[in-house]
Write a protein that binds this ligand. Sequence first.
Ligand SMILES: Nc1ncnc2c1ncn2[C@@H]1O[C@H](COP(=O)(O)OP(=O)(O)O)[C@@H](O)[C@H]1O
Ligand SMILES: [Mg+2]
Length: 258
Amino acid sequence: MRFMTSSDSHPPSGLNGAVQAHLAQNNARVSRLEHQGAFYWVKREEGLSLRMRLQKGNAASSFETERQALHQLNALNAAVPEIIAEGPGYFVLSDSGDNLQHLLQSPEKSLKDRMPAFVAAGDALAQLHTKNISHGRPAIRDFCWKDSKITLLDFERFAPKRNTKKGHMQDLLIFAHSALASRQGITPELSIALETYRAQNPHGTWERAVDYCDRMRWVDWLTKPIQWRKPGKAKEFKAIPMVFDLFAGRDVVQATGL
Ligand SMILES: Nc1ncnc2c1ncn2[C@@H]1O[C@H](COP(=O)(O)OP(=O)(O)O)[C@@H](O)[C@H]1O
Ligand SMILES: [Mg+2]
């Protein structure tokens, strides 16, 4: 199999063999590979049965969607991982560090460690929207932080049709919702990320999110029975009223300590 590399970079020597060995041993869709003391991430196409393919949608197309999005976004100098190498059914990415969901849930990290990562996340999302690009599903686990650099991952839901003002608004809501769900309340980290985004407010996305939440209030009532499940259950549903409170400018329930 020919080993292709992205146009302007060459993989470190021996990486080709290490990737082939890794692919032969490892079936996971996303996995970390260590080579010569550095980490890489191998993402591969999911081998689904026909039944699963019909249930999950077309896995092959979401894999190719992401591959193409990463090439396109690298060319635009967006904050995305570099494609170090690629071949049929897989690509290898540079390591972008710890994801923000993990960071937000790590008691060993101090607020001082976390705040710059969340400022950078709010800024990266605003920068993307300023370039008229939507991510598609920017949950906080799809932002990584390493050496004071933020990187956006997981472009499986990237689509030109989402590169609209509505798409930006959906990104902003998904980002806020994922952070609220993760800690079951507002944190200084999310507040600073949103302040950073709002200071730039590309295309008036903030006000669009406020209007949308106002119109979607019924979703809160409809999902109340699920929200009433025991603590620790249905966390994503429990975060729905928090999103509405946040964009309505009301007080949001505070996250409890880690
Ligand atoms: N280039 C990368 N650098 C650092 N972590 C990564 C990288 N790629 C993937 N990961 C880790 O793997 C997780 C899953 O990868 P992701 O591309 O989001 O796939 P999925 O479609 O499973 O969500 C991420 O949340 C992140 O923690
Ligand atoms: Mg992901």
